[in-house]
Design a protein around this ligand. Sequence first.
Ligand SMILES: Cc1cc2nc3c(=O)[nH]c(=O)nc-3n(C[C@H](O)[C@H](O)[C@H](O)COP(=O)(O)OP(=O)(O)OC[C@H]3O[C@@H](n4cnc5c(N)ncnc54)[C@H](O)[C@@H]3O)c2cc1C
Length: 482
Amino acid sequence: MKQRAIVWFRRDLRLADNPALSAALNSDFDAIVPVFIHAPDELGAWAPGGAQRVWLHLSLERLSAQLEALGSRLVIRHGPTREALDTLIEESGATAVYWNRLYDPLTIARDKNVKKHLDDSGIETASFQAHLLHEPWTVETKQGGPYKVFTPFWKAIKDRNLDAPMAAPDALPEVWSRIGTETLASLDLLPRLDWGRRIRQTWTSGEDGAHERLEQFLDNAIDNYDNDRDRPARHGTSYLSPHLHWGEIGPRQIMHRLEEWLDTHSGKALQDHAASFRSEIGWREFAHHVLYHFPETPEKPLDPRFEAFPWSGDDEGLKRWQQGQTGIPMVDAGMRELWATGYMHNRLRMTVASFLTKNLRVAWQHGERWFWDTLVDADLANNTLGWQWATGCGADAAPFFRIFNPARQGERFDSDGEYVRRWVPELAKLENRHIHEPWKAPAKALKVAGITLGDDYPQPIVDLKASRREALEAFDQIKQSD
Ligand SMILES: Cc1cc2nc3c(=O)[nH]c(=O)nc-3n(C[C@H](O)[C@H](O)[C@H](O)COP(=O)(O)OP(=O)(O)OC[C@H]3O[C@@H](n4cnc5c(N)ncnc54)[C@H](O)[C@@H]3O)c2cc1C
């Protein structure tokens, strides 16, 4: 009898270094059915947000084309997942389902349920490690628990051996025509707004796009990564985050290609830049480790004192922050970059998060949610860690009292105002020395630059110094309740 397998694609939208696909190909199956099942309800509040949905659409389009080029095709189905798999098993006569593991709590629960159901039905199941360098449960402290601090976490794993990535297949078995598929359009992932077009113009999603992005980074930016990665006006980072989120490239492939590239390029400085870049991939591992061991953290602070923090409930402030209309140039530039491109530079993510949670004292979950809907790289592990880090309530977080002053951040990391001018063109003609604090500029300087504050660009919605003081007082309240 013919043996057939289903390879269930999820956030591993690639053909190379895809262990589930390779395992299916290396077994005795005569046929393989690649399927993507759209079941956002199973992810509850953390179903893909607007920008992620655009990315997913484009990425599935690419994966379909890649599979077709190798003689196969992508079968698309609507959830619920269990029912979709049951139907496909019946239609195809498959005896096995293979997939790659993910680590967010709702996916883990769903996958356990699906696995039990398939096991009970006599279907062979196998899951594989593709999304991380190491499984979260394989890293533990000397005392035997999870890590809550990055440096020892990374020290424990950074020199561990990694298997070489698996090559993409040259050809795939045909999916016979009686197996139907839903159309990609039926998933209704694209927004009615023109927003999707801007994402399409800024990014090239898909496996090829991910590898091109990595090569561009190695050719143009890694040699100064440690300096440029903090300068938002420069293209000093890899921009791999959305590709990593959707698994168009895996971290093991990145590490492997980096080593290969370093073999042909030398220099102590280069080694240092490469070590910094590796440690950012390490932060991604850490974020997944924390989410796996503390699955409540997308909603709740890891530091329980923050459950009693006196947040302001400032809805108007939240709205102005979302719109990039706070009157604080660095904050507005970051928020507008996010809206226009689905991405925000890391330095700005830290700055705008600090401003929202400390100067406006809006609860971090509101910022986390806005990022979730607008970032193309929105990732439950990284976004949760990022927000809790910036607020000061998470694993290895910045201490609460270290409140970023957005104007000082601007002077330090955007000293010539290039980034602010790019995203806040109203201020384009303002001299460098005033660009990060236009409210302090003399009337004459504003006039020369053609700006009337309050008309052309908002007055600051909050006084940075006073709000900093109030935030520290609020923090004292929860410290005393310790
Ligand atoms: C408030 C806040 C929210 C964030 N939300 C997300 C998110 O939803 N998704 C996301 O991928 N990253 C998030 N980050 C982390 C970081 O800002 C982005 O990963 C980074 O800006 C992506 O750009 P890049 O790929 O060019 O990074 P690079 O500097 O080139 O880094 C390479 C890769 O390392 C990983 N990485 C880098 N920094 C971090 C970090 N601090 N934490 C975890 N992983 C990291 C990413 O996968 C990134 O693609 C957030 C940070 C903050 C402060």
